[in-house]
Design a protein around this ligand. Structure first.
Ligand code: GLY
Length: 386
């Protein structure tokens, strides 16, 4: 594994950074309790939004992490108000015709059930898991990411879905019904067969043929089809470990190693990648700080399962990445609507990709959440929301 000569974030510094992050969550509670937080900031301040984006689960995740850190009742009450909104959303099927049920319901409702035993949250999360498995395509054995089921332009899955699978493992654990984990297993088998290139880099999206055979990889948010979208790589790193956590299938740890090793070869000196890792040191392209936070979480999770020397290397790398984020990317100007880490990139338009440009060089709601998750992991033996 490639190593770097950068300072590590020790536990005391991690705790101090987490406390500062909790201060920002406290300041933001009045803005995003009856409404949700937008996917990304605008000029580094988040607008409020309705509960209709794929990203709305990350803010409640931050609130639950702040509750865990402080025990403050106001965090719990705010997060439970958000649970009501998530229960309403799944009951009324508001913008749930896509695969992002795990991103939405793990940090909001699974967290609420695990932390305070909310049955309403458990019920909502199980309904979200049912919604997710309803998108499974037998022909090709994958969970269709977006759009009308079976539509040829959308007959594909995306690497990001690895983070939606833990909702299915959890649903099997909590209900005793294996149908959820079975679909997770079938989806990840397809994903591992197609989405990871031989060098460990990843395709963002992968199209299947109507007869179920693999067609081709393509990008939506990366620079071009055969480039290395940083966040897709980060989802591959963390997502493969999360599936290992639930299944103990050694193939998933090997995938983690492969994806991580590629990621490490494309990092600039401060370990925070450019938004697509086709860009390296010397470019003017923006970073994606969220990828660094996601990978740090993956490293800290993987360290639980790896042999001691590899685990120590992962722990050190995570602390170096988090040290860089805390030192150079964390928000210190704490005003209402501010985020946790600057310089994330949601979707940057390129001549070759198909995304809608938004959230370029801004805070991102998931970057903020995973930053707090990684800091939490460095302060205690954290019980996952995933
Ligand atoms: N899941 C979409 C993204 O990472 O931007």
């Amino acid at each position: 594994m490639k190593t770097f000569d950068l300072p590590v974030l020790d536990n005391t510094a991690a705790a101090a950074a987490l406390d500062e992050a909790c201060d920002q969550v406290r300041i933001n509670l009045p803005l995003y309790t009856d409404r949700c937080q937008n996917h990304s900031s605008v000029n580094n301040l988040y607008p409020a939004c309705d509960n209709n984006q794929w990203t709305c689960g990350f803010w409640p995740g931050e609130v639950w992490l702040a509750y865990e850190r402080t025990g403050e009742e106001s965090f719990k009450q705010s997060a439970l108000t958000l649970v009501d909104s998530f229960a309403y959303r799944i009951d009324h099927k508001i913008e749930v015709d896509h695969h992002d049920m795990g991103f939405l319901y793990s940090p909001s409702c699974v967290a609420a059930y695990k932390l305070v035993g909310s049955e309403k949250a458990r019920d909502a999360a199980i309904k979200a898991a049912d919604q997710l498995i309803s998108r499974f395509q037998e022909k090709g054995q994958f969970i269709q990411a977006w759009g009308e089921m079976g539509a040829p332009e959308n007959y594909r899955y995306i690497i990001d879905c690895l983070l939606n699978l833990p909702l299915l493992y959890w649903a099997t654990e909590t209900t005793g019904d294996n149908k959820y984990a079975d679909i997770a297993h079938r989806h990840i088998t397809t994903c591992l067969a197609n989405s990871f290139r031989p060098d460990g880099s990843t395709y963002h999206t992968f199209f299947m043929n109507p007869d179920g055979t693999p067609s081709h990889g393509a990008t939506c948010q990366g620079y071009k089809d055969d480039s290395f979208w940083a966040r897709g790589q980060a989802w591959g790193v963390y997502g493969s470990v999360l599936s290992y956590r639930y299944t103990k299938n050694p193939e998933y740890l090997d995938t983690f190693r492969k994806a991580l090793n590629f990621y490490l070869t494309r990092l600039p000196d401060d370990l925070v990648p450019y938004w697509d890792m086709i860009f390296t040191t010397g470019t003017e392209e923006p970073r994606d700080s969220s990828s660094a936070a996601i990978v740090a979480c993956g490293l800290l999770e993987a360290a639980k399962y790896l042999p001691a020397d590899e685990a120590a290397a992962c722990d050190k790398l995570a602390r170096q990445m988090m040290g860089s984020l805390v030192k150079n990317y964390a928000v210190h100007d704490h005003k209402p609507g501010a985020g946790q880490i600057l310089h994330g990139t949601y979707s940057k338009k390129s001549p070759y990709n198909t995304c809608t440009p938004e959230g370029v060089d801004e805070c991102t709601s998931w970057g903020d959440y995973f930053y707090m998750e990684a800091l939490t992991r460095l302060t205690k033996d954290w019980q996952l929301y995933w």
